[in-house]
Design a protein around this ligand. Structure first.
Ligand SMILES: Nc1nc2c(ncn2[C@@H]2O[C@H](COP(=O)(O)OP(=O)(O)OP(=O)(O)O)[C@@H](O)[C@H]2O)c(=O)[nH]1
Ligand SMILES: [Mg+2]
Length: 235
């Protein structure tokens, strides 16, 4: 029998307390281990699951409110998405406080297009009389949105199907990108050209330009380290 096994990587991002680890546990069961991120006192949990003919590694990123360089947690989550380039990033959002959660979701959409939004705690939202039009949200964000209750294992199958479709290139996405005031857009365009010339197309140049305009020294440092490593491998 010929089994066509792929290995895909999935990252779980989101604000603290949105149910990332609950979803991680629901997907991986006992197939998981925890440790520390190299050089950081931030816990790292990774695990495995399979769905139909594919196997996936899933990383439970630390919960954060943004992905700048404000803390080790933020750096770990950000570096993973930018430098390790997971095949899919699941952004777990709390359906009971969507507005607050959108900040991180929009930041992730600036970094990668391979995003699925997990609209979690939908049971709590329903209890509170909050209705979310997930179809409209998906249209606005330009990526799939799946209603879920990770604790009750609701929505898992739809999520798995969507992950499978995305890793096989069967989902078309048009991620919402924030438009900044004209002066900033002009500076982004100027910087982006230089960034592309330096790092090629392997990193999201628009997002890097934004971070540099914001004076994000820690990102610059990580980027330099990565480029130096790449060069030493090529020599
Ligand atoms: N009602 C309800 N509770 C949930 C659901 N998913 C998770 N929870 C609960 O929400 C709380 C937080 O869940 P976690 O999975 O620890 O959240 P997290 O995102 O990993 O949190 P951090 O690691 O701190 O970022 C726990 O008490 C879960 O049982 C859900 O779908 N519905
Ligand atoms: Mg957690």
């Amino acid at each position: 029998m010929c089994v066509n096994t792929h290995n895909f990587r999935i990252a779980l991002a989101g604000n603290p307390n949105t149910g990332k680890s609950t979803l991680f546990n629901a997907l991986t069961g006992m197939n998981q281990h925890t440790g520390n991120w190299p050089g950081k006192t931030v816990e790292q949990a990774s695990g495995y699951f399979s769905y139909e003919r594919d196997t996936y590694e899933i990383i439970d990123l630390p919960g954060t409110y943004s992905l700048y360089s404000n803390s080790a947690d933020e750096e770990v989550a950000r570096d993973y998405i930018i430098f390790e380039k997971p095949d899919v990033t699941l952004v777990v959002v709390d359906a009971t406080s969507l507005e607050r959660n959108m900040n991180l979701a929009l930041q992730v959409l600036e970094m990668t297009s391979s995003v699925i939004v997990c609209l979690n705690l939908i049971d709590e939202a329903t209890k509170k009389g909050i209705k979310v039009d997930s179809g409209l949200l998906a249209k606005k964000l330009g990526v799939p949105v799946i209603k879920m209750s990770a604790r009750n294992k609701v929505g898992l199958d739809q999520l798995l199907k969507k992950i499978q479709a995305m890793v096989h290139g069967n989902v078309s996405v048009h991620p919402y990108r924030v438009t900044y005031p004209p002066l900033i857009e002009k500076q982004i365009a100027e910087l982006e050209a230089d960034i592309k010339a330096t790092v090629g197309n392997s990193y999201p140049s628009r997002w890097i330009a934004l971070r540099l305009l914001d004076g994000d020294e820690a990102l610059l440092h990580s980027l330099k380290e990565r480029l130096a490593k790449k060069e030493s491998v090529m020599v």
